[in-house]
Design a protein around this ligand. Structure first.
Ligand code: ZN
Length: 338
């Protein structure tokens, strides 16, 4: 019986004993260490410590990365503005409003108006709705007060003839050229390209032009948080192609590597109205972000489009899209008759 009790209690006693010794020792060590630190602190020189405050702060790792990036961007904008003065004559006013460098040959107040009423609210709404990467390089926006100065400068700076359009975006320079005498639509269109360039640089041309032209005719929601595209003159090109049974499939539009120059008007309208269709189905931000994430293995967007519509095939989406285009036409006719 005793042997049995010793066998049972012995190991328990041994385990408890070693635990008590270990804990006891570690508590004693901690107390001693605290005493050491207190005693040692008496050796520091207060003036010396004070003199190290600034050095210590400067040596800390930078958590305020954003402020640092903004400072660099502001400096880059200032030097871009200085560079621009060499290429534009004295009639141009140039101001830096990071990430933008704005220049105009219109009256002084017009630059502020474009910035306050179009550029800033458009960029804000698009960054809330679609774009997650903010610009980290300057975007230069040249606004021309007349057709004449727009044409002259386009020819001189870019060797371009711009007879058939009111603005364009030079990707390598991140520079917008806008004939401001034609209204704000072109500015919104080209600004969308420049912001998308930071966020989704490998976006296919159909989507880039679809989005740009969607926002050329748009208005802000009451709270200013969203920008909503509306039907515009491009609908006629789409209806014309549909009427003559010449509208290609959605799949062909998405799969095309670039917009075909001989069919530019129809392709732009097709891409724009697909974006408007996505917007009306409340799927545009979802499609945009999913497409951006999937672009490496779905560069055309066909799979992503099918996925967001949960459609068995793209033909089913195409049929619904074409019927919706007719609905839009009916709606605009009713409004026109009122
Ligand atoms: Zn465009």
């Amino acid at each position: 019986m005793w042997r049995f009790l010793i066998l049972l209690a012995g190991p328990v006693f041994l385990v408890w004993g070693s635990y008590a010794l270990t804990v006891g020792r570690s508590v004693a060590q901690t107390v001693n260490a605290a005493h050491d630190v207190l005693n040692a602190s008496a050796d520091f020189d207060v003036r010396d410590l004070r003199s190290r405050v600034e050095d210590g702060l400067a040596a800390l790792p930078k958590f305020n990365d954003r402020a640092d990036r903004q400072r660099k961007l502001a400096m880059a904008c200032d030097s871009r503005a200085a560079e621009l003065t060499k290429h534009l004559d004295a009639s141009f006013q140039i101001i830096a409003r990071p990430p933008y460098v704005l220049a105009s040959d219109d009256e002084e107040s017009s630059l502020d108006r474009h910035y306050r009423d179009t550029i800033q609210p458009t960029a804000r709404a698009l960054s809330l709705m679609l774009f997650d990467h903010e610009p980290d390089e300057p975007i230069t926006i040249l606004l021309f007060a007349s057709e004449r100065s727009y044409q002259d400068t386009a020819r001189r700076l870019d060797r371009r003839s711009t007879a058939s359009y009111h603005g364009y975006y030079i990707r390598p320079d991140r520079r917008l050229m806008i004939n401001a005498s034609t209204g704000e639509g072109t500015l919104s269109h080209e600004l969308t390209h420049s912001l998308a360039h930071f966020d989704f640089p490998n976006m296919p041309e159909w989507f880039d032009e679809g989005l740009g032209s969607l926002y050329e005719e748009s208005s802000f929601s009451k709270d200013g948080l969203r920008l909503l595209g509306q039907s515009n003159w491009r609908l006629n090109h789409l209806l014309h192609a549909m009427h003559h049974r010449k509208l290609g499939s959605l799949e062909a539009l998405l799969a095309s590597r670039s917009i075909r120059s001989e069919q530019q008007a129809t392709d732009y309208a097709h891409a724009r109205y697909l974006c408007l269709y996505l917007q009306e189905r409340e799927l545009l931000p979802l499609f945009y972000r999913k497409f951006r994430a999937n672009a490496a293995f779905d560069p055309s967007g066909v799979q992503t489009l099918r996925e967001v519509f949960n459609a068995p095939s793209i033909d089913a989406i195409d049929r619904d899209f074409r019927n919706w285009v007719v609905d839009v036409y009916e709606r605009t006719r009713k409004v026109a008759r009122k």
